[in-house]
Design a binder for this molecule. Structure first.
Ligand code: MRU
Length: 352
């Protein structure tokens, strides 16, 4: 597989340890932290050392391997009950991205059904975690091709929101994977990246990834996105998702909904790129998706620097829900759903 425009990996399994690129420090510092305990892995997800829906699912899968390693070392007869608690602790780390629950369910299915005669259970669990990781990268590559093919008018910019790249996934990225593929095929000329207040995933992470991989990127304040569309500089808004309900409603980073509303007004198309591990067919519509509320200090301050007037309060939902009617295409590794509906989503999910 070519590594053109694809040089970053944020989740590594090396020498029996999980290594995570600390995304809180980027772009100033590139530091990998090492993890050997599942609860520390859950805390890393909660504190956003690692973030992005597929990335937290993959990280949790390796967390299960570490849980088993720890429980085997301890010994004792109540190992299964303790492992159940470890998985529940990991599942609790963040509420919106369904990839976390999806990965834990898949790991749990193998873990709690290991045949008695299994010689090396750790090796079996590590193989499953690695498979989740590798399948995610393969899905991103496939979605990259499918999504890029939808961009038929060459030479324009695209707008993206948050960070959906190698940092947010096993590698390559969802929306940023489509952008990488489309840039490689000369279908797009430039990426406009919303800075993505309040956590600045766009300014700190997307810009870092794109600069590193040699793809031209222009940052804008989130509030400038509608004016960018008004000027005709972009034909597509391309974003990822943390959870897609059965009818095609899309939860994604706060600000995605505003971008989609503005896109509709300006005749700009909206593409949502997400693996099927992000699709939650158990929820009929997006209003049922749990939305993480984060601390007020993220809005009241910029980094460690307080910017808001003393005494002001803040509302800080980390995600919003874009209704399916504002979405032109959902791209998964199983195929493209145009103008999503519950029927079309179900048909896509049934594909092998
Ligand atoms: O709070 P974050 O940074 O974890 O939010 C991430 C996003 O909203 C991404 O857009 C989403 O996970 C899709 S990325 C593959």
């Amino acid at each position: 597989m070519s590594t053109a425009f694809d040089t970053i990996r944020a989740i590594l399994w090396e020498e029996g340890k999980l290594k995570l690129l600390d995304q809180r420090l980027l772009p100033q510092q590139e530091l990998y932290l090492e993890y050997e305990e599942p609860r520390a892995v859950a805390d890393a997800i909660r504190k956003m050392v690692v973030r992005g829906a597929p990335a937290i699912g993959i990280t949790a899968a390796y967390g299960v391997v570490l849980a088993l390693k720890q429980r085997i070392a301890e010994g004792g007869s109540d190992m299964a009950a303790k492992l159940e608690q470890d998985l529940a602790y990991l599942a609790d780390a963040r509420p919106t991205a369904v990839n976390l629950a999806w990965a834990l369910k898949r790991m749990g299915k193998v873990l709690f059904n290991l045949p008695e005669e299994t010689q090396d259970p750790l090796a079996v669990m590590l193989a499953e975690a690695r498979a989740i990781h590798e399948e995610d990268i393969a899905a991103n590559r496939r979605m990259g091709e499918l999504g890029a093919a939808l961009i038929t008018e060459a030479g324009y910019g695209v707008l993206t929101h948050c960070n959906t790249g190698s940092l947010a996934t096993g590698g390559y990225g969802t929306a940023l994977g489509v952008i990488r593929s489309a840039f490689a095929q000369q279908r797009i000329s430039r990426v406009y990246a919303d800075e993505t207040r309040p956590w600045l995933q766009g300014a700190r992470l997307t810009a870092w990834e794109l600069v590193k991989d040699g793809i031209p990127v222009t940052l804008l304040a989130d509030g400038a996105a509608a004016a960018l569309m008004q000027q005709g500089r972009v034909k597509w808004v391309i974003v990822g998702s943390d959870r897609i309900s059965a009818n095609g409603d899309v939860a994604n980073k706060i600000g995605t909904y505003s971008a989609a509303v503005a896109a509709k007004y300006h005749g700009v198309k909206v593409m949502v790129v997400a693996p099927t591990s992000t699709v939650d067919m158990s929820l009929a519509s997006g209003d049922l998706i749990p939305i993480e509320q984060r601390g007020a200090e993220e809005v009241l301050s910029l980094g460690a620097q307080r910017v808001a007037a003393e005494g002001a309060e803040a509302w800080n939902p980390a995600f919003d829900v874009t209704p399916a009617e504002l979405v032109d295409a959902i791209v998964t590794e199983k195929g493209v759903v145009l103008n999503p509906t519950a029927e079309k989503m179900a048909q896509m999910m049934e594909k092998s």
